[in-house]
Design a protein around this ligand. Sequence first.
Ligand code: PNS
Length: 159
Amino acid sequence: MSRAIYPGSFDPVTFGHLDIIERSSKMFDEVIIGVLCNSAKNSLFTVDERVDMIRKMTEHYDNVKVMSFEGLLIDFAKKVDATIIIRGLRAVTDFDYEIQIAQTNKVEYDKLETIFMATSLQYSYLSSTVVREFASYGGDISRFVPAEIVPMVEDKFKK
Ligand code: PNS
């Protein structure tokens, strides 16, 4: 059985992430969305909020689970018995960082394979950072995130 982890901050989850989830759910028996709980990083959403919103967006998949994790990704992979990591690549600018992380993880945990998926063309510009920045200036983010998530992001900037 193939069990893959799609890790990330998902702050917030975007159409780009959901596209990778959809495609990877067809490639692997089970996909675990690993939501990073990083206390050092100033997130817009708490880890529980991020887990809840991704659960709502992915409840129609039988083989997709959402979990939070703290610490190293390799430890989380060992804990859930997954040997595949999925990461989306938007452009060559993502590559340097991603290859470094993938190789570090591989050196530390030889069983772990990182699979890069090319982001679909229509989402190649999209990131959670862009969503937060746009929303912080009152911009319309409905092209970037699902309709249910739009007010959740907007509310964060009203406070
Ligand atoms: O959505 P992001 O912020 O680009 O996701 C980055 C993530 C969560 C995949 C990466 O930061 C991560 O795996 N963090 C956990 C700590 C870790 O294992 N780092 C890699 C070895 S240096």
